[in-house]
Design a protein. Structure first.
Lengths: 664, 147, 128
């Protein structure tokens, strides 16, 4: 018989406000096996924990039930307290009477009754608990960063500086990401390339960083500390280690009609290309969709002009396999497609551009060489209308756009407006806004400068219609504060398209078994307290893939993420989760059903000798679980036809006892 | 089994996977969303840990409804656990139907850690269904009756 | 109090939620008959939400809405402003107990090109 202590937490008034904690403690104190029960204001506080520790020692408790907040919150706290008092931490069970009772139910009587029932269930479970000892596993001291934008680069550099080798996997031919495409960055207006490219070079030259550009993650196996990742190195048709990046081939290539992704299709490039001058690695890549040699077998110009013979038309995709201790997802974002926003005439006129396209049009390395020319006739635009919140903050039922605020648009639109007025003071600039959201250091001052110094017309209201007519864009919008409808003949319209997570994030999340929210952003382990970790152990998050954020925030998150990774890689061994499956060899009949459902391959079979009742020995095939690999999902326990498989911490009997206690 | 004097209240057992639905239930609490106190949650590591026996036992002991909540398909923390749960439960529910347990008394729902609202809504609608179906007597273990 | 009841009635008829509005004004930005109207689609939504329905009931704007539904289509929050205008109009017709369009007025309004369908829809729109 266990000697159980029951500890009921008030959580200030959070629990005590709607649950009669005294009554809960008294009633549960009368349950069989309970030798001590108490209530206390804050069980998680130091004095609350001391109460638990002292009671464990004084009453020689063999189990403890804490009626408090969610086990996802404080299970570890109480387990540590129990361990400090010499009780096995897995002899502690939590009855969640805050998230599941006091915060949900307003009625004191019903709440108290439910709290008692949940307490009883926990007591019933503790009766069947057994002390568990966690196993240990080694840590591979190498990290993988998926995505080579500013988030990935910063994370990789910080990890590498701490002395651990890092691989960056980037799907495009160069690292740099979206930041490389930007012109200036708010609120200081320093040029993006000037601050990003030194970091790219630093990553390329760092002895601990290996850049796997033009590559994708194909398969992820393993668990925290011991991931095995298969990486597809896409065929560049150029030998990466031979190419010097001289760029001669990209000048001689006769195919000039390939759209330039780096300029978002605003200009064309050759079939063999280097995305931009500061690309890292600076290696040419052949676009197989446009290369005549690869498509028809006739051409081969690049091969002829290449002085170092780096071109290899026969290259195939290659797979490499590598072990990692930690994985960082830094997959970034894309602007949403605007096909559902026909009212802005994006598909009808080339002069209606997204903000990222405008960024390229302003950029000295962009398609217009930094002179602002509108795409249709390459003339200077004199009236520019900026529209904010295009696709952001949409209702889920409206079936277009995204429900969240994209966060960066207010600031970059202010930047665009300001830069435009600065360079071309003869341009009239209108910004249509719903709200101007500029929280951040020097952000609101920046926006006010756009209004006060640069005379940008900020108008509260939304554009309802854009019609291309005689080389102009007829913009119809509302001015809510003046209570009138505006009609503006604009030369260009710039849409602050909402941002969404990169398309590659969803399949990656499935491979990593990391959870995502309904918008395909990676979910963090805790929204406030563990913002850079995924709920999946060993997977960390940096940058836009976790939620909209600007460059300063991305960089801080990347460094925070690196700190977490370093903390993990610094450990020699990881203490595992002891709540793993185990098989009763006497009951197992070796049918292999459990191995079939195990997602981790943790189950193997061995032939074992058994003494039979008649004193003969028989050799039987039985299942054995590798506790370092098992993650404790329990799929095998339900599959097992003979009931030999069971799960520590969530055994059949324990859950059955909980069901019984609840249904009493 | 004690004699009930008070009006009948449904008894509902919810199995919630630790990673998504249990967190979703926590979020419902954090957001102070209401659902009836008749729902009692049992934490399991994954929806695939829910043995059909648990559900039968709950009905046997007088539960009026059982709901199994897991991660959305493709989001399982253990990659594929919720797919196993889905197949097992489909099979079990059709057998329960054969035993005379109405289809509405059992349910499988996918609730993610971000869907506190959905959790509360699901529980409200499930309790509503159970109330409309009334008390479950079909699988009660008569040996437990004292009167 | 009277206004409050009227608001409830309008909300019931409209079967839409004005609280979802984030005051972006896209409905009024898109409205093709904006200049003729005294109160504009976004004002219908916010005035019904605030319970300030009396001026709406007295306004000609009710009948100037073309029911083209562009505000419903454009609204990012799925507020459906046209439903509020429709609901206020219905409330007005019911409140007056008389129709805006009387049968004896019709012959004057007709010319040869008036499609039959327009008359039918006008009756549907302007009468109880």
């Amino acid at each position: 018989m266990q000697r159980i202590g029951v500890f009921v937490c008030w959580c200030g008034s959070n629990i005590a406000g709607t649950v009669d904690v005294k009554k809960v403690a008294q009633t549960l104190g009368r349950e069989p096996g309970v030798v001590f029960s108490a209530d206390y204001q804050y069980m998680c506080s130091q004095s609350g924990q001391d109460l638990i520790k002292d009671s464990i020692k004084q009453y020689k408790l063999t189990g403890a039930v804490i009626c408090s907040c969610s086990p996802r919150m404080h299970e570890n706290t109480f387990r540590k307290a129990a361990a400090a008092a010499g009780l096995n931490p897995y002899m502690v069970e939590i009855a969640n009477i805050r998230e599941q009772v006091s915060w949900i139910h307003k009625d004191m009587a019903a709440g108290t009754e439910k709290a008692i029932i949940l307490g009883r269930a926990a007591i019933a479970k503790v009766h069947l608990n057994a002390p568990l000892i966690a196993g240990e596993s080694p840590v591979t001291k190498r990290a993988l960063v998926i995505g080579g934008g500013i988030a990935g680069i910063q994370t990789a550099l910080d990890i590498a500086d701490a002395g651990f080798p890092v691989d960056i996997v980037e799907k495009s031919p160069t690292i740099g990401g979206k930041m490389a495409q930007l012109d200036k960055t708010f609120p200081t207006l320093d040029c993006a390339a000037c601050i990003l490219t030194p970091k790219m070079v630093e990553a390329a030259q760092h002895e601990n960083v290996r850049i796997l550009a033009y590559s994708e993650v194909a398969e992820v196996k393993g668990f925290v500390g011991n991931f095995t990742v298969k990486i597809r190195r896409k065929a560049r048709y150029v030998k990466e280690d031979v190419c010097t990046g001289c760029g001669l081939c990209t000048e001689k290539c006769p195919q000039k009609k390939a759209p330039d992704e780096f300029n978002l299709g605003l200009s064309n490039r050759r079939a063999i290309y280097i995305p931009f001058a500061q690309a890292v690695p600076k290696v040419a890549t052949i676009d197989p969709d446009y290369c005549m040699m690869l498509k028809t077998g006739k051409c081969g110009v690049c091969s002829k002009v290449c002085g170092v013979k780096a071109i290899d038309y026969t290259q195939k995709d290659e797979f490499i396999e590598e072990n990692y201790g930690a994985i960082v997802a830094a997959t970034g974002f894309e602007p949403i497609g605007l096909d559902k926003f026909d009212e802005f005439a994006y598909s009808l006129s080339p002069d209606v551009v997204t903000s990222l396209e405008y960024e390229r049009l302003m950029n000295a390395a962009g398609p217009t060489g930094g002179t602002l020319l509108r795409p249709s006739d390459l003339k200077h635009p004199h009236t520019i209308v900026f529209v904010q919140c295009v696709g952001s903050r949409c209702d889920e039922k409206s079936e277009k756009g995204v429900p969240y605020c994209s966060k960066v648009c207010c600031m970059y639109t202010a930047k665009h407006a300001m830069l435009t007025r600065e360079k071309y003071p003869d341009t009239e600039v209108y910004v249509f806004y719903i709200d101007v959201r500029t929280p951040g250091k020097n952000f609101d001052e920046f926006y006010r400068r756009a209004v006060e110094q640069y005379d940008v017309h900020y108008i509260k209201g939304m554009v309802g219609k854009v019609v291309p007519e005689n080389g102009k864009l007829k913009v119809q919008a509302s001015d809510l504060l003046e209570n009138r409808q505006l009609h503006i003949d604009a030369d260009m319209v710039v849409l602050a398209a909402a941002i969404e997570p990169d398309k590659s994030a969803r399949p990656l999340a499935t491979m990593l078994t990391a959870s995502m929210d309904t918008n395909d952003f990676f979910t963090e382990a805790h929204p406030k307290l563990r913002p850079v970790e995924s709920p999946t152990a060993g997977v960390f998050l940096a940058g836009m893939c976790q939620g909209p954020k600007d460059i300063p925030e991305t960089v801080s998150q990347a460094s925070a993420c690196a700190a977490k990774v370093i903390g993990l890689l610094n450990k020699d061994r990881l203490v595992g989760n002891p709540c793993v499956a185990h098989s009763d060899e006497l009951m197992c009949n070796g049918c292999s059903q459990c191995a079939n459902v195990c997602p981790y391959g943790a189950i193997t079979y061995a032939d074992k000798e058994f003494r039979m009742p008649d004193r003969t020995t028989a050799v039987r095939r039985v299942a054995q679980v590798n506790p370092a690999v098992c993650q404790g999902c329990g799929a095998c326990t339900v599959t097992c036809p003979s009931g030999a498989m069971d799960l520590f911490g969530f055994s059949n009997n324990q859950i059955m006892a909980e069901v019984d206690a609840i249904c009493k | 089994m004690q004699v009930r004097n008070e009006p009948w209240k449904p008894l509902i057992v919810a199995f919630c996977c630790n990673w998504c639905s249990y967190a979703g239930a926590d979020l419902a609490g954090t957001n102070r969303l209401n659902y009836p106190a008749d729902v009692k949650i049992i934490r399991v590591p994954c929806s695939c840990r829910v043995n059909p026996l648990f559900i039968l036992r709950a009905f046997q002991r007088g539960a009026d409804g059982v709901i199994v909540c897991g991660c959305h398909p493709g989001d399982c923390h253990y990659t594929s656990g919720n797919y196993y749960a889905r197949r097992r439960m489909t099979l079990l529910f059709s057998m329960l139907d054969y035993l005379g347990i109405e289809k509405g008394r059992t349910r499988v729902e996918w609730v993610s850690a971000a869907e506190g609202q959905k959790f509360a809504e699901t529980m409200n609608s499930f309790v509503e269904t159970i109330v409309s179906l009334g008390e479950n007597k079909r699988l009660e273990d008569l040996r437990c009756k004292t009167e | 109090m009277e206004q409050q009841n009227m608001r409830e009635e309008i909300l019931f008829t409209a079967n839409a939620d004005p609280k979802k509005c984030m005051k972006c004004g896209k409905c009024s930005g898109a409205c093709p008959n904006y200049d003729k109207m005294e109160y504009h689609p976004h004002q219908f939504v916010s005035m019904v939400q605030e319970g300030n329905v009396e001026p709406l009931l007295e306004s000609e704007s009710l009948y100037l809405c073309l029911t083209c539904m562009v505000c419903v289509e454009r609204c990012p929050r799925n507020v459906q402003p046209a439903r509020f205008i429709e609901a206020v109009r219905l409330a007005k017709i019911r409140q007056q107990g008389e129709n805006r369009l009387k049968p004896q007025d019709v012959p004057e309004l007709i010319d040869e090109d008036t499609p039959q369908q327009l008359l039918v829809s006008a009756f549907r729109k302007y009468t109880k």
